[in-house]
Design a protein around this ligand. Structure first.
Ligand code: ADP
Ligand code: MG
Length: 378
């Protein structure tokens, strides 16, 4: 009976998804910070309050012009970490049911991506999506155990910097001779799953164990930062939890994956004043971010060719982006007047990703301008 209920729940869930597609886009506007120095300047970001748009609309003012956008959900500066998590907890849970899930944080450096994903890990109120997701997963594992489910979980964490993968859980110090011999090549196996050769994969039994690993990864990231003169904001951080569940009485099996990704800052060339290495970095970031949007766009339009191979990030996540997998993009935006151009860019990027999912028919062009126009209702 329980299983019947379970499959019915999944069926219903699928029907809802079929109607809405597998891609969701949320927007989160962070509060104004002290450094934003916005005194006496007119407001940059506002939120419409008509019933149709409430909680879904966001407006940006630039040169006296209003640009309006709509998303599946918009979080205002006052929105708490809990409020954000409430909206994603079901998606996280579906990884326990055997779905492949990707949650991305997108936005310029300083817009709140890491706050959204990690927050302040030890704190009760301020911890972000990653620690909360893990707590929920291990809690529900306990519950499901009583229904005959046995779960195994494996964690890996990596960073993609300049199209190069770096293991964040390796015991070798980055740059040491031994880690220098590692390949970190993305391979696709016979079951259509990807793995990274030589990457450290750790079996985990509790969210505390994962916290420990997250700390280690954070350390590894900052070591790399000084040794290689890079900033964590210039790389993509990919946290992967593989979940294998077996029901001991029914022998039913599930294999889910939860990918939580803190993307590199999306700021454009001009602002970072790029030359030399910085230019190369920025080009690599731009390439992989635009590949990501190309892939999501192609998937949602059900195109025959999906350009997964155009970047390491999309190639790595290939099995978790197509098919019946689920994707959420959280677009982080700063309300600072000095960031208005970047904010608009981020929202347009997101609108492009979002637009395709309302079942937009095949179109000749996919120019951002057109889609922005379609989503500008103001
Ligand atoms: P990013 O990772 O996009 O570069 P961060 O997450 O580091 O940005 O955020 C930049 C700054 O803004 C940090 O000091 C962070 O604590 C703060 N911040 C971001 N989002 C929020 C929020 N929702 N509430 C309070 N502070 C925030
Ligand atoms: Mg960050």
């Amino acid at each position: 009976k329980l299983i019947e209920g379970e499959s019915l729940r999944k069926k219903l869930h699928n029907t809802i998804l079929e109607l809405k597609g597998n891609i969701r886009v949320f927007c989160r506007v962070r509060p104004l910070l002290f450094d934003d120095a916005a005194e006496n300047e007119p407001k940059t970001v506002s939120f419409p309050t008509t019933t149709e748009n409430i909680g879904r609309g966001v407006e940006v003012f630039q040169h006296g012009q209003k640009h309006s956008f709509m998303f599946d959900k918009v979080f205002v500066p006052e929105s708490s970490q809990v409020e954000v998590f409430v909206e994603v907890s079901q998606l996280v849970q579906s990884a326990m049911d055997g779905y492949k899930v990707c949650i991305f944080a997108y936005g310029q450096t300083g817009s709140g991506k890491t706050h959204t994903m990690m927050g302040t890990p030890g704190s009760f109120d301020d911890k972000g999506l990653i620690p909360r997701s893990l707590e929920q997963i291990f809690e529900s594992r306990q519950t499901l155990q009583n229904q005959g489910w046995k779960y195994e979980m494996q964690v890996s964490m990596l960073e993609i910097y300049n199209e190069t993968i770096r293991d964040l859980l390796t015991i070798n110090r980055p740059g040491s001779t031994e880690s220098g011999t590692k390949q970190y090549a993305i391979k696709h196996d016979a079951n259509g799953n990807t793995y990274v050769s030589d990457l450290t994969v750790v079996d985990v039994r509790s969210s505390r164990e994962v916290s420990f690993l997250l700390n280690r990864a954070a350390q590894s990231r900052s070591v790399g930062k000084t040794q290689m003169n890079e900033q964590s904001s210039r790389s993509h951080f990919v946290f992967t939890l593989r979940i294998t569940g077996v029901n001991e009485s029914t022998e039913q099996q599930v294999q889910g994956v939860l990918n939580l990704i803190d993307l590199a800052g999306s700021e454009r060339l001009s602002k970072s004043g790029s030359t030399g290495d910085r230019l190369k970095e920025t080009q690599a970031i731009n390439k992989s971010l635009s590949s990501l949007s190309d892939v999501i766009f192609a998937l949602a339009k059900k195109e025959d060719h999906v350009p997964f191979r155009n970047s390491k990030l999309t190639y790595l996540l290939q099995p978790c982006l197509g098919g019946d997998s689920k994707t959420l993009m959280v677009v982080n935006v700063s309300p600072a007047p000095s960031s208005v151009n970047e904010s608009l860019c981020s929202l347009r990027f997101a609108a492009r990703v979002n637009a395709c999912e309302i079942g937009t028919p095949r179109r000749q062009t996919s120019s951002v301008k057109q889609l922005d126009a379609r989503f500008s209702y103001g």
